[in-house]
Design a protein around this ligand. Structure first.
Ligand SMILES: Nc1ncnc2c1ncn2[C@@H]1O[C@H](COP(=O)(O)OP(=O)(O)O)[C@@H](O)[C@H]1O
Ligand SMILES: [Mg+2]
Length: 269
């Protein structure tokens, strides 16, 4: 696909899905050892097609927030709406990519893993295969479709996770440090793929990351959370999501540096 086409997709990205709305969202874990106010209150509006990067100190509630958006955790206060539908349980319209590939079935083939969600949704064999192969092509894994997952590298396994989620055609893609466990070269390659994916699919994306550079380079909007209980203390658009320069090249850009410095300051204060 040409870059001009990609740019057109960016312009047309908004409007294809539903807005995501968080209202006075807050969560407290209650265990035998007591209560932990993990996150919130958070009020947030996300337009369809936005790419949110979410940063914050360890333990501030980022994963909790993602799990609430996914529907795995029911918030103790407030609400999440996707369009006018309250988010109360996991659903195929919200796909989750985890840091570890333990969500995959290691002994099953790459294609079988990608087909899993479609199988659960009741798609027939031919439709599953067509869909899975299209997504494997998108993430560059066509040649590995018949290999068992355990034979693949960490970066390839993350691509399998992404393909599996995309096969369900979710309108919201939720990623919790998806590249955190990868080496620097693989990470940079997948960052480029993720940016391309965002531009060509127009999906709304939420990316949790530890890397300020990754957040600023990929996100169309960068959010920083305070220490626990996590609240939004920084929320600004980032112009770099529309750049075609790889992250390693951006690192030489003084404007990029300045933006990262501001975001880092927000995390530290
Ligand atoms: N299942 C759970 N039960 C009890 N406390 C939890 C649970 N999951 C997370 N927490 C606590 O909630 C807080 C936020 O955790 P988490 O959302 O994982 O933060 P982050 O992803 O930003 O590191 C932490 O204090 C953590 O110990
Ligand atoms: Mg986490």
């Amino acid at each position: 696909m040409s870059e001009a086409n990609d740019a057109a997709k960016v312009a047309g990205a908004s409007g294809s899905g539903h807005p995501l709305r968080l209202r006075a969202l807050s969560h407290t874990y209650r265990t035998e050892r007591g209560a932990t106010h993990a996150v919130g209150p958070i009020d947030l509006e996300v337009a369809p097609g936005e790419f949110l990067s979410l940063l914050g100190p360890s333990g501030c509630g980022k994963t909790t927030l993602l799990q609430i958006l996914a529907g795995f955790v029911h918030p103790s206060d407030g609400s999440v709406l996707l369009g006018d539908q309250p988010v109360t349980a996991p659903a195929a319209d919200r796909g989750v990519v985890f840091q570890q590939s333990s969500a995959l079935l290691p002994w099953r083939s790459v294609r079988q893993n990608v087909e899993l969600g479609l199988q659960l949704a009741g798609a027939n064999k031919a439709a599953r295969r067509t869909r899975a192969d299209a997504e494997l092509d998108r993430v560059g894994l066509t040649d590995f479709a018949d290999r068992p997952v355990y034979e693949l590298s960490g970066g390839m396994q993350q691509r399998v996770q992404i393909a599996r989620v995309l096969a369900n055609d979710p309108e919201l893609l939720l990623m919790d440090e998806p590249f955190g466990a990868l080496d620097a070269m693989t990470r940079e390659h997948l960052q480029g793929e993720l940016r391309h994916l965002w531009r060509t699919t127009g999906r709304t994306m939420v990316l949790i990351t530890h890397s300020v550079e990754e957040a600023v380079a990929l996100g169309s909007r960068v959010l920083v959370m305070s220490p626990r209980p996590g609240r939004i203390v920084f929320d600004e658009p980032s112009p770099f999501a529309n750049s075609d320069r790889p992250l390693s090249v951006m690192l030489d850009d003084p404007d990029f540096h300045e933006e990262c410095r501001r975001v880092r300051a927000a995390i530290e204060h």
